[in-house]
Design a protein around this ligand. Structure first.
Ligand SMILES: [Zn+2]
Length: 310
């Protein structure tokens, strides 16, 4: 019998404005009216069931987002409570992380009426307390690790992301103090597909041809090993924010400002809106025509457990 291969479409829903580089409520309105409906329509067209990791603050401000996701048959997961850098999990101790994670889970469960078991950390920033915080707050599945991704020097929290270099590429239970290593602690990690470049929406929009190459490599690896493909995208990428807000500056150093912020800001807004949908559709169709099945994180975990028992 041929080994089954899976594609996990995973979506992060948060108040982060890509264009203005900050958290804002107005971005949530664009998500409700433009970004999310487009993404959900694309999934319906192709027959994709996916997982949405939603922050507590956007769920509280726009509960309709939860209904839109759940009513279309997707899994609802948590993206912590707030995406602001001040609440990046790698900055918080165990108690503070547990607070953020529990608060988010309770809110998402109250609004949706469904259990929430899957999690992704904002900006993929985690530390040695995160597995315990996840377990203590009732999560079973995590998807915050991007193995062998080498672009971390361009992002915030770079040194702390070094663990990515030797992270396991296959899904499984983690170690009590490290989500990137396999062990027997009862938190199940589903890594985000990557190989030097991460297989995510941002890269798909900035370097579309490289992502086509990466896609072929990952599909080949997946057929060989059975590792699922896990692609990360945001509804924020499927919309264009047209208002005239100001762009937030993170640094007052003019050199850092020009190189790291202006250039990065310019690149990050490439191919937003309908272009992102068109590019993404090609990726989904590629995997569909290669026999991959679309699955949620929770269903993938159930499948994984069953194959381990046999
Ligand atoms: Zn995020």
């Amino acid at each position: 019998m041929q080994m089954k291969t899976f594609f996990l479409a995973t979506n992060d829903v948060e108040l982060t404005s890509i264009r203005f580089n900050k958290q804002r409520r107005l971005t949530g309105e664009y998500i409700v009216n433009e970004g999310l409906p487009r993404l959900l329509d694309l999934y319906d067209r192709i027959g994709v069931r996916s997982t949405f990791f939603v922050t507590g603050d956007i769920a509280l401000a726009f509960p309709v987002i939860i209904r839109m996701i759940v009513d279309r048959g997707h899994e609802l997961g948590s993206h912590s409570y707030c995406h602001d850098d001040r609440f990046a999990l790698d900055q918080l101790n165990l108690q503070e992380q547990t607070n953020q994670l529990s608060k988010s889970r309770k809110l998402l469960e109250d609004i949706s009426g469904n259990p929430v078991v899957s999690f992704r950390a904002p900006a993929l920033r985690v530390n040695r307390f995160t597995p315990i915080a996840l377990h203590d707050s009732g999560y079973i599945i995590d998807s915050s690790i991007s193995p062998q991704r080498a672009d971390m020097f361009f992002s915030f929290g770079a040194i702390k992301k070094l663990n990515r270099l030797w992270a396991a590429r296959y899904p499984g239970y983690v170690q009590k103090n490290d989500l990137s290593k396999r062990g027997d602690y009862p938190v199940f990690e589903i890594p985000i597909s990557s190989l030097i470049i991460p297989y995510i929406g941002t890269a798909m929009r900035i370097i579309p041809y490289s992502l086509q190459l990466l896609r072929s490599l990952l599909a080949w690896e997946s057929k060989l090993t059975g590792n699922p493909i896990n692609f990360l995208i945001h509804p924020n990428e499927c919309m264009v924010e047209k208002d005239n807000d100001s762009r937030a500056r993170r640094s007052n150093n003019p050199f850092v400002y020009i190189i790291a912020e202006q250039l990065r800001g310019y690149m990050k807004t490439k191919n937003l809106g309908e272009s992102a949908i068109r590019l993404y559709e090609q990726h989904l169709l590629y995997f569909q025509s290669n026999g991959f099945e679309f699955i949620t994180c929770k269903d993938y975990f159930e499948y994984w457990k069953k194959t381990k028992e046999n």
